[in-house]
Design a protein around this ligand. Sequence first.
Ligand SMILES: C[S@@+](CC[C@H](N)C(=O)[O-])C[C@H]1O[C@@H](n2cnc3c(N)ncnc32)[C@H](O)[C@@H]1O
Length: 271
Amino acid sequence: MSFVLQFPKTTKNKKMENQIGSPVESHKTDVLPSSASAYLDPHYWDDRFSQEEHYEWFKDYTHFRHLILDYINPTSSVLEVGCGNSQLCEGLHGDGITQLTCTDLSPVAVKKMKQRLISKGYQDIRVLEADMLDLPFANECFDVVIEKGTMDVLFVDSGDPWNPRVETVDKVMAMLRQIHRVLKPNGIFISITFGQPHFRRPFFGKSEFTWSMEWRTFGDGFHYFFYVLKKGHRKSEGDESTERIKMPSISPYHDELDSEDYIFRTNIDDV
Ligand SMILES: C[S@@+](CC[C@H](N)C(=O)[O-])C[C@H]1O[C@@H](n2cnc3c(N)ncnc32)[C@H](O)[C@@H]1O
């Protein structure tokens, strides 16, 4: 078993299919960082978003829509943390989920997201700058919080995934405490990630959280994880309340990853 930080193959000039909008041309070699730790640098994201109009980490909405609609309905107030230039909110809106708040640490991402949504007629989606480690919202104000690939950023310099650095643990815990705080008493946190259950459970299952944890997978050759944490549903003190809904089959074939998602493959066992 080994843990290797791997960088993506160049995808310059590759046509990337934007499943919600129209096909877009990727200029990914222009936006790739020199090292994975750059993902922790807010300036990296500002520079990137000033050049890049759209990129979906870990697949777009169409790939996990069937899972998400089990947990969200049109009356749900939804917070997305680390929205980047994803079109997730547009997909949700198209399914009648209109009480949406998109946030990102990057002012460039926020400005461009606002412009894009207004130009496409989504006047009712709220977009604001916010650090997920210190969310500017009152306690218990969202039914659902979603993150897609955002928590993974905190793990890029974690070191040994079985024993992450203290700095990584502190940041991940700060993020989770904020999300737990802003969720309503029976609210749901959805985390879409590469992180396997044995690496996420030590965080999600901390006894200070009242949520239960279950997970599903999606994807064709390579599987992504779709975690559902239901606040107030933990069975008992000290009980991690984890439930595997579907056994994942992890593919070792890197060629099946057609994108920069590859870089976040730090927490995956080589099988
Ligand atoms: C890997 S991208 C994922 C973007 C988007 N969720 C998607 O699925 O395509 C990570 C995003 O997290 C944002 N981010 C990084 N640190 C953050 C923080 N502390 N608070 C909020 N957003 C953050 C970055 O600006 C970037 O937009």
